[in-house]
Write a protein that binds this ligand. Structure first.
Ligand code: TXA
Ligand code: MG
Length: 343
């Protein structure tokens, strides 16, 4: 299959809409990461997403809308809980996905057989225009091959998906750079399943205290069931082994320099100096938005450079958007952490 590279001109957006209406797959920009979209109401179209990504069928997809009224119009949910309405009012459109009881119209392929459905209203204007042109809600996971870092540019999508999907719409670099925050409103006390650009602090300021799923910070134990199936898979990993290093600026530099070698690199803050190995940027120290924006691109750059076997990475903070950066990077590291204060 020849993958079309489309622009965000009105003509190209209409082409994308037509491909989607006809059951095809299109890579679309959003403010978080690029998505791999299909008509969410068409089970056969949605199955193609799993094939193109090599994604396990038990991992459900997010349904994307471009207006809150579409939730009722397309019978996407059985119930729109009051707390979900409050969060929608505060943070939609934006990088927040809400899980609610699934409506009749949503095929099992989208929800992977669960009785719930994840809904998101992206803020990116091009994403909104594509959904509108398609005339239906779009199911879309991140547009990477399963297991590799999520794509934050159209070039990343082409790199993974060229020949596997019908088209990609180039909408530039993604602003946030990490996937949306996922929260379930199904239990009485809402629960954060995946941290993202809308923080725990943001959410609690609107609906009060929430639970944070164990899998956000910790590795699932063998046989433990994931509330969000996506959290159980090894994710975002470059081919090189990544190890998180906890410690001060000086301790990090000393450790890396005394463990340097031909196949070693560092993923570190822009302020980190005097390292004797090649460095990749984890953004500015203390600036979590810049870290989120750069993380996936840097993980891809590590692979592109080739020949690297081991990458020592700074360990992100866990407040605000830092929690999302930590959550992705700890998975890229397969939960391998060295705490320099403990050795
Ligand atoms: O920012 C984003 O959310 C991007 C863009 C494209 O919108 N999409 C994205 O999709 O990251 P994906 O499929 O890579 O991640 C969706 C996550 C997975 O961890 C999945 O298991 C979880 O949401 N999820 C989806 N539906 C769910 C449900 N009904 N119950 C629990 N978890 C669900
Ligand atoms: Mg993904």
């Amino acid at each position: 299959m020849n993958t079309l590279l489309l622009s965000d001109s009105q003509k190209d957006i209409e082409t994308a809409g037509e491909i989607l209406r006809n059951g095809g797959l299109v890579g679309i920009p959003t403010e978080t990461v690029y998505g791999l979209a299909a008509n969410a109401l068409d089970g056969a179209a949605v199955r193609k997403i799993f094939e193109a990504k090599g994604r396990p069928m038990d991992n459900p997809l997010i349904v994307h809308i471009q207006d809150i009224s579409e939730i009722r119009k397309f019978s996407l949910v059985r119930e729109f809980p009051e707390k979900a309405e409050k969060l929608a009012e505060a943070y939609w459109s934006g990088p927040l996905t809400m899980i609610m009881p699934k409506g009749n119209a949503v095929p099992d392929e989208v929800s992977a057989g669960l009785d719930t459905v994840a809904i998101r209203f992206p803020e990116h204007k091009t994403a909104q225009r594509i959904i509108k042109a398609a005339g239906v809600p779009l199911a879309a996971p991140s547009a990477n091959l399963s297991g590799s870092p999520s794509p934050t540019t159209a070039a990343h999508v082409m790199n993974d998906m060229n020949g596997r999907i019908d088209a990609v719409v180039d909408g530039g670099e993604c602003r946030v750079g990490l996937e949306s925050t996922v929260i379930t409103l199904v239990p009485k006390k809402p629960r954060l399943l995946r941290p993202g650009g809308i923080t725990v602090e943001d959410i609690e300021s609107v609906i009060g205290e929430i639970d944070i799923d164990d899998a956000v910070l910790n590795k699932l134990r063998d046989g433990e069931q994931a509330a969000s199936p996506g959290m159980k898979y090894k994710h975002y990993a470059p081919k090189a082994r990544v190890v998180l290093i906890k410690g001060s600026d000086e301790a990090f530099a000393d450790y890396v320099n005394s463990h340097s070698g031909k196949e070693v690199a560092a993923l570190c803050y822009e302020e980190d100096k005097a390292l004797t190995v090649p460095v990749f940027s984890l953004g500015k120290k203390g600036d979590y938005s810049s870290q989120a924006h750069l993380l996936f691109d840097s993980l891809r750059e590590i692979d592109k450079k080739g020949g690297l076997k081991l990458v020592y990475a700074r360990c992100p903070e866990t407040d605000g958007v830092g929690l999302a950066v930590y959550n992705r990077l700890i998975r890229a590291a397969g939960f391998e952490v060295i705490d320099l204060e403990k050795i």
